[in-house]
Write a protein that binds this ligand. Structure first.
Ligand SMILES: *Cc1c(COP(=O)(O)O)cnc(C)c1O
Length: 383
């Protein structure tokens, strides 16, 4: 590794994980398109690699980068955020166990727990992550983990990571933080005593909407061994090209996030006084109920904004159909601005459940285009 652990975030993002190749001097990790690796005699590994489901050098470089970004000891890369979620859940839980989840969790996370894990004897309780008393009250004798997102998707509620970690420590259970919305540049949950950090690297870490991936980072050797066992044993691994693209994206995370935050702040200013907008949900606003906790644990407040339209569901759908630069699409965290209607799109699976999202809600992923163009686009779409 070329960095020392105390180097700054942007330095680590660029240099952790790969040193210039000793043979060729290449400054970027090669895409090792090899599924198998020659052995020096039976059982004699030449390079530490034998088969690419178990390990591939491009993936190893990404995993070292992911660990460095979160300031953690161990990083594991997966084929998607959901594959990382599935791996974490199967490592932490056994039949009969109970899990606490956000009452506005990402729709795919909720769907996996509600539609798959319940068939394997797992029960769960949805709670408001911004209410530590509710989290504490939801922990039962058979609870093995508390799973939070902060900010949450799509309502941008804030969980106090250190406060919730104090509850899970006392109960002797694990805290998993889905850090996808903040990115490791804005928030580092392991330093706040979380046990596991999860990312959909599809979003800010990859950052260019060109690759799907997931990550788990932990300081706990035993948990990491469980993640590695399932990574190899179940095989939800990223290919070397995906690993390369994710690593390439991660190098610019710091500069991209600062621009995402600058642009989001300007968009919030536009939306706040706008007659078409009933409510702006953004943790950077002093009136946001999670503002104090967000200010303690986040460097800045991120590039995601949700709004509730004064005109209800029809106005929300209309807004989504009228933007020209903000592309109507699922996903988030890429360089391009996106707009979506969570109730009908990303969070449709929550309909009729305790996690159902309001139908007048629109979610914006503010990209890094010229801010004047973004503001003009939103102004014409809301006119
Ligand atoms: C997108 C997302 C996921 C799932 O990740 P994929 O890469 O799409 O599988 C999990 N959590 C959050 C908060 C997300 O936004």
């Amino acid at each position: 590794m070329t960095h020392s652990d105390d180097s700054g975030f942007a330095t680590r993002a660029i240099h952790a994980g790969f040193m210039p190749d000793p043979v060729t001097g290449a400054v970027n990790v090669p895409i090792y398109a090899s599924s198998t690796f020659a052995q020096d005699g039976v059982g004699g590994m030449r390079s530490g690699y034998e088969y690419a489901r178990t390990g591939n050098p491009t993936r190893t470089a990404l995993e070292a980068t992911l660990a460095a970004l979160e300031g953690g000891r161990f990083g594991r890369a997966f084929a998607s955020g959901m594959a990382a979620t599935d791996t974490a859940l199967r490592t932490l839980l056994r039949p009969g166990d109970h899990l606490v989840i956000p009452d506005d969790a990402y729709g795919g996370t909720f769907r996996l727990i509600d539609k798959v894990f319940t068939h394997w004897g797992i029960t769960y309780t949805p709670v408001a992550v911004n209410d530590p008393d509710a989290v504490r009250a939801a922990v039962r004798e058979n609870t093995k983990a508390v799973w939070i997102e902060t900010p949450t998707n799509p309502l941008l509620n804030i969980g106090d990571i250190a406060g919730i970690a104090a509850i899970t420590r006392e109960a002797g259970i694990r805290l998993v933080v889905d850090n996808t919305f903040a990115s490791p540049y804005l928030q580092q949950p392991l330093a706040l005593d979380a046990d596991v950090v999860l990312h959909s690297t599809t979003k800010y870490i990859g950052g260019h909407s060109d690759v799907v991936g997931g990550a788990l980072v932990t300081d706990d050797e035993e948990l990491d061994a469980g993640f590695a066992f399932l990574q190899n044993g179940a095989g939800a691994v990223p290919g070397p090209f995906d690993a390369y693209l994710t690593m390439r994206g991660a190098k610019t995370l710091a500069v991209r996030m600062d621009r995402h935050c600058d642009n989001a702040e300007a968009v919030v200013d536009l939306l706040l006084g706008h007659p078409a907008i009933a409510q702006v949900l953004y943790p950077g606003l002093p009136e946001h109920p999670g503002h104090a906790a967000a200010a303690r644990q986040m460097r800045r407040f991120g590039g995601m904004i949700s709004v509730r339209l004064a005109g209800g569901r029809d106005a929300a759908l209309d807004f989504c159909s009228r933007t020209k630069i903000f592309t109507l699409a699922e996903s988030l965290g890429g360089i391009e601005s996106l707009i979506e209607h969570p109730g009908a799109m990303t969070h449709a699976s929550t309909a009729g459940s305790a996690l159902e999202v309001p139908d007048d809600l629109v979610r914006l992923s503010v990209g890094i285009e010229d801010i004047d163009d973004l503001v003009a686009d939103l102004e014409q779409a809301l006119a």
